[in-house]
Write a new protein. Sequence first.
Length: 233
Amino acid sequence: MVRHTRKKTGTRCQCSPLCNNPPLNNSPFCATHIKFCPRRSPLSGYEPNFKPELYNKHLGLKEALNCFAYAFDYRGLPKIANCTNESCPIPFPQPGRASGYPKWSKVKGKRCPDLIGRLLGDVPDIKMATFEKRCPKKYSKIALVVDEDEDYHFYRQDSNGYWSHKPGATDVTHIDATGRPIYDPQLASKLYPGSGLHYNQFCSYLCAPKTRKLRLKRGGKYTKKRNMDKSSY
């Protein structure tokens, strides 16, 4: 498992951890790397297409699905009376609940080792990865970050090579906290002053299976006052 804590909160070029140059406006890259970035995250051929409308079109889907569900390309709604495309005010799917881990309300903090353990419990064939390592066939790459005291967050790599995510009950997006496309979630801006969230710890890249049906279990409780950016409710 890779775990990095970045002390600096300013924006930076996403081409390489060795490049500390500021990015250009509306770009993940600096002036040096805007035309070419030699560091790439190769595709396996099983990456999902970036189609935010599949999640953003209906309020019920946005309410019921968080970054965890989105990272695994999950769009199922439970068959209960009060859950429709128009409204689905229920708790989010949570890592570890399907494999018997306790609810977040019974755990102090959300740390990388715990999140990785929960994922391995739910999806035993998930594989550790790096940015520059290609996932095997029938797998695609996801990434996990945490704000230890507040929340966790997932990203997924799409078929265009870039990354996208779904912050809590909000829209699916391909941009980071500064409005720039996400080329590398480890290097993208993850400081959200409006919500008070700062995902300053990068846990790992992982290869998630794409051809098996996942069993996700929901946890926590729904409240109309919940922070719409958070996923760990």
